[in-house]
Structures are given as C-alpha cells and as structure tokens.
Design a protein around this ligand. Structure first.
Ligand code: AMP
Ligand code: GLY
Length: 423
C-alpha cells in the first residue's frame, strides 16, 4: 500500500512509526512532515490546508490510503475533498468533525442524547452572557466555540474574572471567529482521562487510556499548552469506569452522530473528567491526541493499517483491538518560553541514542533538517517516550532518556506521571 499522512507534529510521527511497522506499507509520504518523520516517510512540501494540492498529489502517486492527523483540515472538510475524487481517506467528514470544531454543537448533542457532561448554556450575544453570569455559581468555565489551539478555555474564579473573560472571547476576539459563539459551563473537579477510539460510523472500539499534562509548569502551574507529557494507561480509569463509559458515553455518541446524519469515521477522542457524580465528557476531538498518540500507539499490538482500512470500509466489528500489558510515559522536550515566545533553530544532539533501542522512542514535534543537522523548529520539539512493565518503570525510563538529547533552551516538566504515585 502507498500511504499519505497529513500533519507535521509528534502525533503524525507516532502514526508514521506505526504505519512503517505494518507489513502492508510499501511507501509512506507525509505532508508536510518533519525531520523525524523523514526517517520513515518521504516528506512533501504541501501544507495541511492545501486541499487541492493534497488531492492532486494523492491522485498522481496513486495513494491507497490518506490519514489525516490534524484537526484544522478535518474541520475544514479535507475528507470530503478526497472522497469527492474517489480517494480512500481516514478521518471524519466535515459534518462529523464538527464534534470538535464547535463546542456548542457537541454540548447540544450531549444534551439531546443524555450523554453525561457539565451543565451549560450557549451564547452568541455578549450582553446575554454577562447577564447570565450575574446569577451563576463560581468558579465557572468559558469556552470559545471554535478551534483555538486548545487555548480557548478560561476557568474563572470570580464574577469579575468571568466578565473579563466574556469580553476577551466575544469582544476582543482573542481567539478570532472561534469566539463568535461561547459556551458557559459548570466547573467540575476530578481526574482527567483521554480515551481515543477507532470508529467506522456505527462501531466504536476504544484504545487503552492515557492522561495528558496541559499546563506548562510543574505542579500544573502556568499557561495551558498543547500538552507537556502523557502516560498510559491511566490507573484511575478502572474497569468500572470503563464499563460506565462504554454504556453511557462512547456508543451513545457514535449512535447520536449517526442519528443526526453525521456518521463518525476516524478517531474519536473523548476527554473525560472522573467526577464524584461519575465520568463526564469535557470535550470531544476528531483525531488522535498529541501527545496521547505517543504513548498509546507504541502499546498497540494491531497493524494500524488493517484497523484504519476496516474503519473506512465499515467493518470495524471484525477487528479485535489489543494492547500490550505494560505502560508508557512521554515527556515533551520544549523550547524554554513555550507557549508564549521562544527561540528556535538550535542543533539537536544525541538523536542517534534512540536507534535500535527497544521500548524507547523519540517522536519529533518541531524539528527541521538544515545544513547544520537537525535543529529545533517549534515550541514543542520532541516527545521522549519509554515503555516499562508498569507506569513507574516507564516513567523512570522516559526521564532517563530525556538526558540522551541535548539542545540549547531545552525545557521539560519534571512531574509527568506524578499522579501515578497517588493511584
Ligand atoms: P477542553 O479544551 O474543553 O478539554 O478544556 C481544556 C481544559 O480545561 C481541560 O483539559 C480541563 O482541564 C479544563 N476544563 C474544561 N472544561 C472544564 C470544566 N467544565 N470544569 C473544569 N475544568 C474544565
Ligand atoms: N493532548 C490534547 C489534545 O491533543 O487535544
């Protein structure tokens, strides 16, 4: 098979690694890719939002399956563009990717189909939102409706903060048009768990669980980022929690999307909060999590292309999804100053240490090949993943491996997976 992967981050590197392992893969392309992905794939200089060029490339190279890694092209309808030309593509169509593209849509869907989530109201009018806040209980959560690089969520402790937040989102348009509509939501507390699942429009099969660390600093301090590290599985995602979610969240979501005439094919990412009143949905995404993919895919036993083809062909029920009975931890090496401002272009040393080391992975998130060698090219630079027989061993291995790589302004959190000790 000839495969095209669309995206350029650590998630796409993990997908490329998994595809490369498949006996079915003869040739892999990645658009636009990065210096790490280039180890397995021929990188082509086409942006993820250049749908016409992507489609033309897939036709020219007779690509058998295109895998879309990122949210923006999915929400923008890249799958529809491929399908219109009769090309096989893995990911939800535009009318299903809206489950990530519009938080107001996903909240209304959950309400209509009784899927557990925080109580909320949607607003398109700033004054109505401000009036609503006057009688609301604090803390409260404000969410810009559209895609905002994972940063469109404000947790407000006081009425003043919340009023400022409404202005930030709806008046100053800090998140652009994503803030034309806003969700105001009840604040919940509990452990967060990410569950990724393969879907074929009617069947959903969940992968092993993971937990992300969204804040930039140790002890969950500082600004929200794309994710500073992950571990898998989550010890808090017990069999009992899983059974509840299977019954009341995952299948009901897939059934709800089908009933709405929006069958969901691809990866459904459910962000859960395990509250005192049971698991509730924080958000849905329409693709693999990043860096969740970097701990989940290395533990998957199946051939990823077999599973993805089954999804596209509507026969996921035939697949027995299996994961290794071990654990993995991913520590993100970032550029100091991320997510605000940071320098890039520093030479990365020590990458050869990962060659042929079983159970250790260096997924590139932001890197570039130059005449000087591979250099840093983003806020998140590398995802260092290691497996272990249990979470503690995996964490020890991952932190040891972070020492194998060097670059100027290297920054990481030192408490990825600390929650493991409380399990
Ligand atoms: P989201 O993009 O919806 O996942 O939100 C980003 C982060 O904000 C989540 O991972 C949570 O840590 C936090 N968050 C979102 N919604 C709520 C809520 N209703 N209550 C408490 N925290 C929340
Ligand atoms: N790690 C969170 C996300 O991919 O949205």
């Amino acid at each position: 098979m000839k495969v095209l992967i669309v995206g350029s981050g650590g998630r796409e590197h993990a997908i490329a690694w998994a595809v490369n392992k498949s006996d079915k893969a003869d040739k892999i392309y990645c658009a636009p890719g990065n210096a790490g992905i280039a180890e397995y794939a021929e990188c082509v200089n086409i942006g993820a939002m250049e749908f016409d060029k992507l489609v033309a490339f897939a036709k020219e190279k007779e690509i058998d399956l295109t895998i879309i890694g990122m949210d923006d092209p999915l929400v923008g309808g890249v799958v529809d563009a491929f399908e219109a030309e009769g090309l096989k593509v893995f990911g939800p169509r535009k009318n299903a990717a809206i489950i990530e593209g519009s938080k107001a849509f996903s909240k209304d869907l959950m309400k209509k189909y009784h899927i557990p989530t925080a109580a909320y109201e949607n607003f398109t009018d700033k004054d109505e939102a401000l009036a609503y806040l006057e009688t609301a209980k604090m803390p409260i959560v404000l969410k810009a409706d559209g895609l905002a690089l994972g940063k469109g969520v404000l947790i407000c402790n006081t009425l003043e903060e919340a009023k400022d937040g409404v202005k930030t989102i709806m008046e100053d348009k800090k998140f652009g048009d994503a803030g034309n509509t806003m969700v105001i939501e009840e604040f919940m507390t509990g452990r967060e768990v990410s569950v990724l699942a393969f879907c074929d429009g009617k069947t959903i099969k969940c992968m092993t669980s993971a937990q992300d660390h969204k804040r930039a600093g140790d002890g969950d301090t500082g600004l929200n980022t794309g994710g500073m590290g992950t571990f898998s599985p989550s010890p808090f995602y017990t069999k009992e929690v899983e059974d509840f979610c299977e019954k009341y969240i995952y299948q009901p979501t897939i059934d709800a999307m089908a009933a709405e005439g929006r069958p969901f094919t691809g990866i459904l990412f459910t962000g859960l909060m395990l509250t005192e009143d049971g698991p509730k949905v924080l958000e849905y995404n329409a693709r693999f999590g990043d860096p969740e993919a970097q701990v989940v895919l290395p533990r998957m036993k199946n051939d990823i292309l077999e599973v993805m083809e089954a999804c596209v062909e509507g026969r996921l029920d035939e697949i027995d999804l299996q994961f290794e009975d071990n654990a993995a931890v991913c520590v993100v090496l970032a550029s100091d100053g991320y997510p605000v401002s940071y320098q890039k272009g520093f030479v990365i040393g020590g990458l050869e240490n990962f060659k042929e080391k079983d159970g250790y992975y260096c997924f590139h998130a932001g890197s570039k090949l130059t005449e000087e060698g591979i250099v840093t090219n983003g806020g998140r630079v590398l995802g260092i993943t290691a497996k272990g027989s249990d979470l503690k061993e995996a964490r020890k291995n991952a932190y040891a491996a972070t020492e194998w790589v060097t670059f100027e302004n290297k920054y990481m959190r030192h408490d990825i997976g600390k929650a493991i000790d409380e399990a």
